[in-house]
Design a protein around this ligand. Structure first.
Ligand SMILES: CC(C)(COP(=O)(O)OP(=O)(O)OC[C@H]1O[C@@H](n2cnc3c(N)ncnc32)[C@H](O)[C@@H]1OP(=O)(O)O)[C@@H](O)C(=O)NCCC(=O)NCCS
Length: 151
């Protein structure tokens, strides 16, 4: 797989919004991305293949925990290992930062994403009823503990 991960820039937002809209029923707005790009605890990364953005990942680093907020791959680029590649980049960053866990919420019916996270070592640790107000879906809370060998 060829691809390069780099920090998201303001000029990426139009393409990022295209991916966001095809990925979520309640996509982040331009304003949300602009706010997160200014947020010192936010990490906003894009994955480029052949000069085109194929996916994004956004997470907060808060003390020793990472909160995964957003991961999305363009429709035609799915199933190529790109999401896993982005999760590996987040995990490498977690290791550098000394983060000890990653937590996320995922729609209970998002089987692809749940499978991705399980294969990446996340386990379900909770459930939040009616977390997604637009269709009253529950969120599963998933967590991965990091066990760094050098700590
Ligand atoms: C979920 C999503 C990010 C996965 O991205 P992806 O690049 O296709 O995933 P990868 O190719 O890296 O696949 C990694 C794992 O995801 C799972 N997966 C990927 N495509 C799948 C499919 N079509 N059916 C079932 N599981 C699938 C598999 O477990 C796969 O591992 P495996 O190949 O060893 O079985 C992508 O489908 C997406 O953008 N969905 C819309 C946005 C979204 O739901 N984001 C998550 C919000 S919590």
């Amino acid at each position: 797989m060829t691809g390069q991960i780099r920090a998201m820039e303001v000029y990426d937002i139009p393409r990022v919004l295209e991916i966001e809209k095809e990925s979520f029923t309640n996509p982040w707005s331009e304003q949300s991305f602009l706010m997160e790009l200014e947020n010192p605890i936010s990490q906003m990364l894009v994955l480029e293949t052949d000069g085109q953005i194929a996916g994004i990942i956004c997470y907060w680093m808060v003390l020793d925990e990472i909160h995964l907020l957003n991961i999305a791959i363009a429709g035609e680029e799915r199933g190529k290992g790109y999401a896993r590649f982005l999760l590996h980049a987040m995990q490498a960053h977690a290791e550098e930062n000394g983060s000890t866990s990653v937590v996320l919420e995922v729609r209970e019916n998002n089987e692809r994403a749940i499978r991705l996270y399980e294969r990446f070592g996340f386990s379900q640790v909770g459930r939040i009823a009616n977390y997604y107000p637009e269709d009253k879906q529950d969120a599963l809370v998933m967590r991965k503990e990091m066990k760094w060998t050098n700590r």
